[in-house]
Write a protein that binds this ligand. Structure first.
Ligand SMILES: Nc1ncnc2c1ncn2[C@@H]1O[C@H](COP(=O)(O)OP(=O)(O)OP(=O)(O)O)[C@@H](O)[C@H]1O
Ligand SMILES: [Mg+2]
Length: 336
């Protein structure tokens, strides 16, 4: 068996935003919103990693920092073995072509004054990947066919307001794919879309992954989507990875009480079946002035006295499983 090198490796990544308050005296300490607070993971080529967690857990900040769209506070990201945070501008440009980001809201991501042809072809021109207009048009039409916008010529002449939300998201996907990325990061790409077309777009993304040998990082707060699109799953809470492993293993046998609660809320398609829901009291707090010990402690159903001791680090507990919880061993012993 060959173990392939990760396509991207994230180590101890942190993004803290300064808290802005009205008056700051010389003596007052700067406080921080710890949006991403020491995240570790890597993704192997061909994998499809789902990052899930409630609103405010830091998912978007994590990917924006990874892509250096915002400056990191600490940590490192390696893409195909190269350190992203020290890349010179030429390498950074290439990195931003090889790693494409698809946003939640295609209405915002696409300039309404441009035709689909210009929107999809823009990157090819910027990165000087075509030599003439004819080649540009050919590549754009191919990309539109790839995302099943057919007849491609008709779609290429339209403006964003002449397309449905689902079609717009297909345009956004075509615009990314045309640059031949290796890694596609999709930040809740279907959550703004009508429920009826979410599956269509997710099917399209799964097909494209095979057709174009893509690696995915797919962000969602809907765990039902994880099984659909991913083979790996990360559960985030207040800027930290709480649990990580193969999607099926984590969904079948969640170890962290936070994961257990999230999973208990996934709707079951069969109405005759029932599942006990585990409440997560309160809302996700803002990650300022976190409590000592485990940051999930104030909302945890399995809280114990050791949870205040220190922050549980993400530890490997099986060949492919990681969890950040002091109590997992004690709970496992109780179960057996
Ligand atoms: N530019 C910023 N300045 C200050 N705080 C920020 C900034 N951007 C994000 N945050 C804070 O960082 C935390 C994480 O936000 P983020 O948008 O990354 O969460 P998310 O998991 O993507 O949530 P959602 O599921 O709603 O998209 C939040 O508390 C947010 O208020
Ligand atoms: Mg987000």
């Amino acid at each position: 068996m060959t173990v392939s090198a990760p396509i991207i490796k994230v180590e101890n990544l942190k993004k803290w935003f300064p808290v802005r308050t009205g008056i700051r005296s010389f003596f007052s300490e700067q406080r921080w919103v710890k949006a991403v607070d020491g995240v570790f993971f890597d993704v192997k080529p061909g994998d499809s990693l789902v990052i899930a967690g409630e609103s405010g857990s830091g998912k978007t900040t994590l990917v924006r920092t990874m892509l250096r769209l915002i400056e990191p506070t600490a940590g490192s990201v390696n893409f195909e073995g190269e350190a992203v945070f020290t890349m010179i501008p030429d390498d950074l440009r290439l990195f931003r072509r090889r790693v494409q980001l698809i946003f939640q809201n295609p209405f915002e991501a696409l300039d309404p004054r441009h035709t689909v042809k210009d929107l999809v072809g823009e990157g090819l021109v910027i990165h000087e990947m075509v030599s003439d207009e004819e080649e540009l048009m050919k590549r754009v039409l191919n990309a539109l066919e790839d995302v099943r916008l057919i007849p491609a010529e008709d779609f290429s002449r339209r403006f964003p307001h002449e397309l449905s939300g689902g079609q717009l998201q297909r345009v956004a996907i075509a615009r990314s794919l045309i640059l031949e990325p290796k890694l596609v990061i999709a930040d809740e790409p279907v959550s703004m879309l009508d429920a009826s077309i979410r599956t269509e777009i997710m099917n399209l993304m799964t097909d494209l992954q095979k057709e174009h040998n893509l690696t995915y990082i797919f962000i969602t707060h809907d765990l039902a989507q994880a099984r659909y699109i991913g083979n790996w799953l990360i559960i985030m809470y207040l800027g930290k990875v709480m649990e990580m492993g193969p999607v099926e293993d984590v969904l079948q046998d969640p170890i962290h009480p936070y994961t257990q609660a999230l999973i208990s809320h996934i709707p079951i398609p069969d109405p005759t079946e029932e599942r006990d829901r585990i409440d997560i009291p309160g809302e996700t707090p803002t990650p300022i002035d976190l409590p000592p010990g485990c940051r999930f402690r104030p909302r945890c159903q399995a809280v114990d006295e050791y949870c205040t001791d220190d922050e549980p680090e993400l530890q490997q507990i099986g060949p492919n499983r990681w969890v950040a919880c002091h109590g997992w061993e004690a709970r496992k012993e109780k179960k057996h």
